[in-house]
Design a protein around this ligand. Structure first.
Ligand SMILES: [Zn+2]
Length: 61
């Protein structure tokens, strides 16, 4: 990972609270902690730092 989220890019995010996916452009705040997405389903703020690239199912679990 490098730099900040691209405000011109739509990211696909899975909300860690309601587990619903949505596509949104990131909010770019004054500080990295304010960069992220607002879930349209439950209004939770999902920090950019918490989303990850889609990966294969992990072996653990
Ligand atoms: Zn949600």
């Amino acid at each position: 990972m490098s730099g900040s989220p691209d405000s011109d890019t739509t990211y696909e995010v899975v909300c860690p609270h309601c587990n619903k996916s949505f596509a949104a452009e990131p909010m770019t705040g004054a500080a990295p902690r304010y960069q992220g997405f607002k879930c349209p389903h439950c209004r939770l703020f999902v920090a950019y730092d918490r989303i990850e690239e889609p990966t294969e199912a992990e072996a653990t679990g």
